[in-house]
Each structure stands twice: as C-alpha cells, then as structure tokens.
Design a protein around this ligand. Structure first.
Ligand code: PLP
Length: 454
C-alpha cells in the first residue's frame, strides 16, 4: 500500500471512528431508557433526522450497494478498516437500526453489552448461530439439544448435521431435568441448545441452572426464545450466551416478513480458540460466515419489523392475557383431554415459568406466559382433524404470534417431516392442536373453539 493511499484511507478510518464513538454515546443514552421507549425509538435520533430529510422514521435503504467517495474510501470499507455497509448481503443501514434495537431490547436489564445480527429467517439464524461451533468436526463432536423444539430445528439438527455430516446430536427428552443434560456432556460437546418455551409442547427449563452447567464445562448456552420475546423473558440476564428469535412470529406480529435474529452477549463462553468470535459473536458472523453463506435480510422486511417492535410489550401483554383466559376455559371442556400452557397452575413447568416469564416494566402481577397454547382432543386423531376443520374464526395455518388467532395440528404439519420417531422424542401426539392466540376478544375465540370441540 503506498503512503499516499494509506493517508487517504486514514481519513475514512478516522471518520468511521468518530461515527462509532457518537453511536456508542447514543447507545449508552438509550440503554438508560425504559423498554417501551427503546422499542419505539431504537437507535434513530432527532439529531440524525436532520441528515435524513427530517424524517421521523428510520431511513429505508433499498439500494443493494453503497456509493464510495473514492478508491481510498472503497478500500477502507471493503477491508473492514472502517464501518461502512458496502453491499446489502454484508450490511445495510436499515438492517443496522433493527439489529441495534433488538440488541438493546434483549440486553434490557442485563449489565453487560450485547451484539446482534438479523437474518433472512429464523432457520437461517439457528443455522448461523450453531454452524461456527461445528466447523472442525473431529470424531465424536456433538451438541446437546432439547428434543421438544420447532420441527424445522429438529430437521436441521437431525438431517443436515447428524445424517449429512455425522455430527452427534444428543437429544434431551425432558429438558427440565438438568441431570439429563449433565450426563450427555463430554469433552467433544460444543454447545447446549434449548427452546423456551418450546413449540408446541410449551415446556420450560431452569435457565440459570442450565447456563451454570454449560459454563462449568466451558460451553455456550443457546436459547431460542421466539415464543417468549424479550417483552417476557431475556435469557442473557439469566446466563445464556446466545439468543435466537424467529422475527417472523410475535416480534413481527403484523405478519409482513420472514426474518430471524441472533443476539449474543459480548464475550461468550466457548472452548473455540477464536478471539473475534468470543468477543463479538454476531459481529464475527456478519463479517465472515454470513458474507459467504449469504442469509441477508431484505431492508424492506427490516423496516416492517421495526414498526412492529414499537408495540411489542403491549401486544404481548394483551395476547398473553387472552391466552390465559382461553387456556383456563379449555381445561373445563369435556372433549379436551389436556391443556398445555405454562400459565396454568396444573402445568408441570408452572413454577419455573413463573420465575422466568414476567412482563417487562410491569410492577404488579407481572407474570405473563405468552400467546401459545397446545391441547389434546379426547377422542383421537380423526376427532382432532374434525375439530380443526370446524373452526370458523380461528385461521388454519402453520403460523403463530399473529394479531389473528391461528391453529394447526403439528403432527401433520410443522412436525410431520420428522417422522414418528422424531415426534415421539418430542412428545407430539396425533391429537395435539397448537393454538396461537391473537388480539381478538377471548369470548369470541371461545365461542369458535366450543362449537369446534362439540
Ligand atoms: C420456536 C421457533 N424457532 C424458529 C422457527 C423458524 O423460524 P422461521 O420460520 O422464521 O424460519 C420457528 C418457526 O415456526 C419457531 O416456531
């Protein structure tokens, strides 16, 4: 590199440093705000609006690529010497606003700093968050995962990792019993993976106990907290290293986008000998593996999601209250065999859920248990299909977390492809209906459910 070029690049490196400093100051300011304020404003400031036509909304940058002032600017940006977005597969300003907002919300109440990346779907978030730990598969390499997880996650772990790459997936059938996790760990274990609450069984786990166990063995704990959202539960505060969200669900409640997110604490626990990965897990993902795998989110989707996030806490509160009302009433219907909802005192995980699932910034009676309920129909598989077919207000779709209530039979849809053995590991019988409760009045939902269950 010639002296002249180097000097020219340094100008842009210095501009980048100042920009990062100003951003860090604003981040510190926002970290002191309450959850709803962060959700509404994110990282977009009044000062910034003046260089954005005065717009009160974050800029939506659809351009695939950034224009550079000159070759020094281009080289400084593309060698990652100065913060720039460059090309939307690698980064983009609209994605940045979403990532920063999620990082602040998931880190709310956690003392340390957090980092985040968004991805094209929840599944790509799960892939990107787990793949770096499995890159050098020495014989015996394994990870330990909650068998009660979303069907797509089961298939990624079982088909892609286990069958295609011979990586040992050690399934935990009862995630609440920490001794099962402990007995599965050995010297070649790379991470522990849990879904809380799980889809569709709604099981919960002692997050603090599980993260202490993971860290005792120098392993990261990865938690898919899609069903809870940061409005109810923020696993990083309880020791988890990495949190995953399918933003396609309650976080993006209006249902306008498929997206995912990974949020990590700075300095995760891992045996991997990679300082960049440890210090800023998602920063590492964005600059290196994601650059090559290419699971970038569309800026348009990021814009929709930012708008959904502004009302996250109030939506989750309303949906959770509705879900508790419906779950209680379902319990008293004779044709319902069992109801699975962590908010019911009859639920095996109720005490644990009470400890971890609380509506953020709500001082009194603050437990909320989310929008997802599962129940079994007493007279078997055909009666379950008939019940689903009779619904006339609640939608039949493989979807959840929406303003509108949605129902599905997991054994013939979301968890069909994992087969009988996979479903039996995950305890998903043919007579189970998964019900995502929306913003409707619960009386109207019960009228529909009662007629369907007759
Ligand atoms: C708990 C959970 N995690 C991850 C996913 C995958 O998300 P996506 O559909 O955005 O890829 C889903 C999808 O239903 C889910 O329910």
């Amino acid at each position: 590199m010639s002296q002249q070029v180097k000097t020219g690049m340094q100008h842009y490196i210095e501009i980048g440093r100042q920009k990062q400093q100003a951003e860090q100051q604003y981040r510190e300011k926002m970290r002191k705000k309450r959850f709803d304020t962060i959700a509404a404003h994110g990282m977009y400031s009044l000062e910034e609006a003046s260089s954005n036509y005065g717009s009160t909304m974050e800029p939506l940058v659809l351009s695939p690529a950034q224009h550079f002032e000159n070759s020094d600017h281009l080289e400084a940006a593309l060698s990652y010497a100065t913060p720039a977005w460059g090309y939307t597969r690698i980064h983009n300003p609209s994605l940045h606003y979403l990532e920063e907002t999620l990082s602040l919300l998931e880190g709310y109440g956690y003392d340390g700093e957090t980092n985040s990346t968004v991805t094209s779907s929840g599944m790509s978030a799960i892939f990107m968050a787990t793949q770096p730990f499995l890159e050098d598969p020495v014989p015996g390499v394994n990870f330990i995962a909650d068998a009660k997880c979303y069907g797509g996650t089961f298939m990624l772990f079982n088909e892609r990792y286990h069958k295609e790459r011979n990586i040992d997936v050690r399934w935990i059938e009862d995630s609440s019993d920490l001794s099962h996790w402990e007995h599965s760990i050995d010297e070649h274990t790379r991470f522990l993976y849990v879904e809380m609450p799980s889809n569709p069984s709604l099981t919960v786990v002692d997050l603090e106990g599980l993260s202490a166990l993971a860290h005792h063995h120098n392993l990261p704990l990865i938690v898919d907290a899609t069903i809870a959202t940061p409005a109810l539960m923020r696993p990083l505060r309880h020791g988890a290293d990495i949190v995953i969200h399918s933003l396609s669900k309650a976080i993006g409640g209006s249902g306008s986008a498929i997206a995912g997110a990974i949020i990590a604490k700075n300095h995760i626990t891992t045996k991997l000998n990679n300082d960049d990965l440890k210090a800023n897990f998602t920063g590492y993902l964005k600059l290196w593996p994601m650059r090559d795998h290419g699971p970038a989110l569309s800026p348009m989707s990021a814009h929709f999601l930012l708008n959904d996030i502004r009302t996250l806490r109030t939506r989750v509160d309303a949906m959770s209250k509705n879900a508790l009302t419906v779950a209680k009433q379902l319990e008293s219907i004779p044709s319902v065999e069992a109801v699975y909802y962590p908010g019911l005192p009859s639920n095996a995980g109720h005490t644990t859920a009470k400890r971890y699932m609380q509506l953020v910034d709500h001082p009194e009676q603050s437990n909320r248990y989310g929008h997802l309920i599962s129940f079994t129909v007493a007279s078997g598989a055909q009666a379950t299909r008939d019940t689903l077919d009779r619904l006339s207000l609640i939608w039949r779709a493989t979807d959840l977390g929406r303003h509108k209530s949605v129902a599905v039979i997991p054994s013939i849809s979301t968890h069909q492809q994992q087969g009988e053995t996979g479903r039996s590991l995950a305890s998903i019988p043919a007579n189970l209906i998964r019900l995502s409760i929306g913003m409707e009045h619960p009386d109207d939902l019960m009228t529909d459910l009662e007629q369907a269950l007759q």
